[in-house]
Design a binder for this molecule. Structure first.
Ligand code: ADE
Length: 225
């Protein structure tokens, strides 16, 4: 999979992608993430990419022209399955969307700043608008990084133990059950006997019950989401 990200602060994301799981995905050639500096595509003086909004009001808006130049230039090199704008007024990101996007070949992310991007870019190029939560970040970069991480770890072969993504919270509409590791007892706090029983069927049953219980308490209605 290839993910291109248009940003005014590409340096912000580069170190993030150079580490951990995403680094491994890159080394295995399963995922390639490229950051594109929007300022390279402006014809305005001093690398200008934003301007005051028509009609007045506080806050700058990212201009249509540099964004269209960047998108069109990238589209000459590859066909994107989705062009995604990260924005707080987008559709809420969740595991289901991560699963869907992990099956795509080429994605283009656009990170907004200031008051957002000129509506004409949204109308004519964006295929999907995505929010990572009901709060406003100072730019779309962190949101883009969240999507890349959640999507990247679902690409087969990226995680060492492939089953570990399948048992994540949300994958089956349930939160994950509690987990324990050594020692069996610490300060008198014991690991549940069932996990030490060696009976895989009983352990699976217990985990499923725990997942249901946890979901009922913490996130009722999650399975209908
Ligand atoms: N840009 C600013 N806030 C955001 C959010 N909550 N989700 C996605 N992109 C954003």
């Amino acid at each position: 999979m290839k993910i291109d990200i248009i940003s005014v602060v590409p340096q912000l994301m580069e170190s993030f992608f150079a580490h951990s799981i995403l680094r491994r995905a890159k080394d295995k050639a399963l995922l390639e993430v490229n950051t594109i500096n929007l300022r390279d595509y402006t014809t305005y003086k001093h690398g200008q990419i934003d301007d005051y909004q028509f009609g007045g009001g506080a806050g700058l808006v990212m201009m249509v022209e540099p964004l269209v130049n960047a998108i069109e230039s990238l589209q000459k090199q590859k066909k994107y399955d989705e062009i995604i704008f990260l924005t707080p007024d987008g559709e809420n990101f969740n595991q289901k969307m991560a699963n869907t996007l992990s099956l795509k070949e080429n994605l283009l992310f656009i990170c907004g700043h200031y008051k957002g991007i000129d509506q004409r870019v949204r109308d004519h190029y964006i295929t999907r608008e995505v929010s990572i939560g009901d709060y406003v970040l100072s730019g779309g970069e962190i949101a883009a990084a969240v999507l890349v991480d959640a999507i990247g770890r679902l690409i087969p072969g990226v995680l060492n133990d492939e089953t570990s993504a399948l048992t994540d919270s949300f994958q089956d509409g349930l939160l994950a059950p509690p987990v324990y590791t050594r020692p069996q007892e610490f300060l008198g706090w014991k690991v549940p006997d069932i996990l030490l029983s060696g009976d895989p069927v009983k352990i699976d049953e217990w985990r499923h019950e725990q997942a249901i219980e946890r979901t009922k308490i913490r996130r009722p209605g999650l399975d209908e989401a």
